[in-house]
Design a protein around this ligand. Sequence first.
Ligand SMILES: CC(=O)N[C@@H](CCC[C@H](N)C(=O)O)C(=O)O
Length: 374
Amino acid sequence: MNPFVKIRRDLHQIPELGFQEYKTQAYLLAYIHSLPQERVAIKKWKTGLFVKVSGLNSKKTIGYRTDIDGLPITEETGLPFSSQHSEQMHACGHDFHMSIALGVLTFFVENPIDDDLLFIFQPAEEGPGGAEPMLRTEEMREWMPDMILALHIAPEYPVGTIAVKEGLLFANTSELFIDLKGKGGHAAYPHQTNDMVIAACQLVNQLQTIVSRNVNPLDSAVITIGKITGGTVQNIIAEKARLEGTIRTLSPESMKKVKHRIEAIVKGIEAGFECEAVIDYGSMYHQVYNSEELTREFINFIKEADAVQFVECKEAMTGEDFGYMLKEIPGFMFWLGVDSPYGLHHAKLTPSEEAIDVAVRVITKYIALKGNQS
Ligand SMILES: CC(=O)N[C@@H](CCC[C@H](N)C(=O)O)C(=O)O
């Protein structure tokens, strides 16, 4: 078995949520320590890692970033190497991202190039976000890359496909939490209460009018409420309810407008139901904007490469805190085809492991080309 497929399977069994990636960090460290150490320097940051591989005659540093956290999902793949952690799963491919990063890292430890390489193993991509605080660290300042790249698995594309575009690739995101508090009471006396289950239902419906009525149809936005909680038991009218969701927009300006509308609608619910509402926007991610020049060059490289097909994709409403890194460092993110019948964030996501070797080969070739140019 390809050693990086084995690594993917090991990591798949130990998914951990943002900033709790202790076993993952220990696994990554044990593997990296097993490599020849002459050119390797490691710095821990919370549950993440910075790993520098020194070049032979460095003029610049090339960064490669992988995320390392899992999601709160109960796995339903039935795979023999399924998650051993209850209600946690690598359902967004970060096990793939990490094994590919280790494959690339191993190659350059064994085959050094001119330039230095910085591998960033970043916690908490699914939330609350590790990229922005990592950027502010002394370690990052000291080892700041001159360019950076990252990938994300794409279940909808076949293995051997790389999909990318110049400019905007992923949306601006903001989490959304709304707490409603009214007056609970006996199920048979609704006239004496302010029912927060009804308020929450109304609010969800009204929030969905923002995208259809307030956002320019030629622009795009998404408001998804992924979780509703409220009430205590079937014959008590709920005093409290909570909505948890996320907002996606194609520009920071649209994000402001959507939030303004959310606040107006929530005020209306407060007035209409005589209840209190508190909005919390949680964490926000800057859009992923690919450097035109580097992406164009990468696309030309892919077009020439054996065993990979280039697909020019459209922007997606997914979010990625890698956007913060791209705000400060020229670079790009791309989609790697992994051909899964179930999509990202699904309990049955089963990406094809053949994509791991494809990715390691293509990325090492690209980095070798860039890192021997000085
Ligand atoms: C690639 C991907 O799926 N990323 C996540 C990022 C989530 C950020 C945050 N927790 C939010 O929901 O706004 C995504 O859901 O797009």
